[in-house]
Write a protein that binds this ligand. Structure first.
Ligand code: NAD
Length: 505
């Protein structure tokens, strides 16, 4: 077996360059300037997009504000809103191939994965449609004969949605249908690197009969577009997925007018492997967890913590399996791992590996860029690093590449302490056949999601989000809908029996 399994360039015709414009108030609008996205895998221009200005971002906010305030969406019966969301889901399913192709070329992810993400996104829209009809509040009938109170849930208002490049359509679909189900209106800014599927969604929203102005899309960079969406006082809430650094900036800007902020940020997600685990399944999940989306994944299982009795044998198993994972042309349906998003990001990944090596860690697989025959060198080798100490940057920072870090432990307490010795708290996993070991881990680890004897399984029903510096707020599931709702208490008097406050003599 050679060090890895490579898939060379496939014989697939590339599509014409796509032109993307803003969608504001139900109209397509262009900018004076444009940006281009060059495919990380194929080195060709994939899309040319309007480069939004402050004024264009403000126009989108104004359109969303007007659409919210006149009730064209928020005052529709939930049944009518759900019907539109269901229609969007059908249209997404009918367009999986078109969306998956452009998502693959802009992001570098494998086409089979992109197809799964687009089709899976349709299910998120369907689930949000179902949730729209379940909104309920509380009633208080025990406050005395003269009083009745209810707690109502209302849409929070205008929501800014800012998304990253690693799962462009999936992450958009974790937010937008839930905001719409709640009755909100939205302004969306996709990453400047992967704008196309968000712009393409506007066509589907229009076809599905969504009223103009309910969703507005502004293309462009964090500065100025994202900053306007975070700062504008006409916005009631910002929901952001991206890096912790930008999340903090958004939080600071939004604090000026105290708008609500929901953040889905980075992770340094541990998997703990006990000696009694099903080690074959654990090794497979570790390989999947670290190489999926070439490690450019908030949920990347980038550090494993293995019991020292099995560390050597388990690492050997992981290395062996890693050599069978297919790296290469994202357009080949056999490919499991594609390209790195930008050359700068590739250099950053390599920087972590080289620094760990210099500090005494051992690179037992890969380590370094990879040239795929017929394509460029914007790929990175499947990499496994051992002899890592918990203080090394590679063990603490979000490397965001196909790089696995191996640490070891002796006792369960030590394993939990290693897991929790992190800035992040997005997800964590445990592998053991002992239910007590798994449940204790689930209770004690600091993470928004805990997987026991599995990794990265997700469902629209099961809410997702992080603790510590991995974020605040929750997405999908019932809590995902509630994020987009405001709570109002209504206290009512029955009859005219209450004594007056003012005593007239
Ligand atoms: P990023 O923070 O660089 O950019 C995310 C978005 O924010 C982009 O649309 C960008 O244009 C915009 N932006 C940049 N500067 C801004 C500013 N000053 N004001 C407003 N918006 C601004 O993140 P990225 O590199 O696109 O994505 C990778 C990061 O996303 C990783 O850290 C990853 O862990 C995180 N992520 C988290 C989750 C999660 O659910 N927790 C999911 C996917 C990705």
């Amino acid at each position: 077996m050679t060090e890895m399994t490579l898939i060379p360039r496939a014989d697939v015709a590339l599509p014409d360059v796509r032109m993307n414009r803003h969608w504001i108030g139900g109209a397509w609008l262009d900018s004076a300037e444009h940006s281009e996205r060059v495919s990380p895998s194929h080195g060709v221009v994939v899309s040319r997009s309007a480069k939004g200005t402050e004024d264009e971002a403000r126009a989108a906010v104004a359109a969303a504000r007007a659409a919210f305030d006149d009730g064209r969406w928020s005052r529709l019966p939930a049944k009518a809103r759900a019907a539109v969301l269901l229609q969007v889901a059908d249209l997404i399913e009918a367009n999986v191939e078109r969306f998956a192709l452009i998502e693959t070329l802009e992001s570098g992810k494998p086409i089979s994965q992109a197809r799964g993400e687009v089709a899976g996104a349709a299910d998120l829209w369907r689930y949000a449609a179902a949730l729209a009809r379940t909104v309920e509040g509380d009633s208080f009938n025990g406050l005395g004969p003269e009083m009745l109170a209810t707690v109502l849930k209302e849409p929070i208002g205008v929501v800014s949605i800012i998304t990253p490049w690693n799962f462009p359509f999936w992450i958009l679909s974790q937010k937008l249908p839930f905001a719409l189900a709640a009755g909100c209106t939205c302004v969306v800014k996709p990453s400047e690197m992967t704008p196309s599927t968000t712009a393409m969604l506007a066509e589907l929203l229009d076809q599905a009969g969504l009223p103009a102005g309910v969703v507005n899309i502004v293309l462009g960079y964090g500065q100025p577009v994202g900053a306007v969406l975070a700062a504008d006082a006409r916005v009631d809430m910002v929901t952001f997925t991206g890096s912790t650094a930008v999340g903090k900036t958004i939080s600071r800007i939004a604090a000026d007018n105290l708008k609500k902020v929901a953040l889905e940020l980075g992770g340094k997600n541990p998997q703990v492997i006990f000696p009694d685990a099903d080690l074959d399944s654990a090794a497979d999940a570790v390989v999947f967890g670290v190489f999926f989306n070439v490690g450019q994944c908030c949920n990347s299982g980038s550090r494993i913590i293995v019991h020292e009795d099995i560390a050597e044998a388990f690492t050997a198993k992981v290395v062996e399996l890693s050599q069978h994972v297919t790296f290469g042309d994202p357009l080949d349906p056999e490919t499991q791992v594609g390209a790195i998003v930008t050359p700068e990001h590739g250099a950053k990944i390599d920087g972590y590996v080289q620094a760990a090596k210099a500090a005494g860690a051992r690179v037992v697989l890969g380590g370094g860029p990879l040239d795929v025959p017929g394509l460029g060198a914007q790929f990175y080798r499947p990499t496994v690093v051992t002899d890592v100490t918990p203080d090394m940057a590679i063990a603490r920072d979000e490397v965001f590449g196909p790089v696995l870090t191996v640490l070891t432990f002796r006792t369960a307490e030590e394993a939990i302490a290693l897991c929790n010795d992190a800035e992040y708290g997005l997800s964590a996993g445990v592998w053991s056949e002992n239910v007590h070991t798994c449940l204790t881990f689930a209770r004690e680890v600091q993470a928004g999601t805990v997987w026991t004897n599995t990794w990265m399984d997700g469902f629209p029903e099961v809410t997702f989000g992080g603790v510590k510096q991995s974020g605040q707020g929750r997405e999908i599931g019932r809590y995902g809908l509630e994020e987009f709702m405001e709570i109002k208490s209504v206290v009512m008097r029955i009859g005219r029996t209450r004594a007056n406050w003012v005593k007239t003599r």
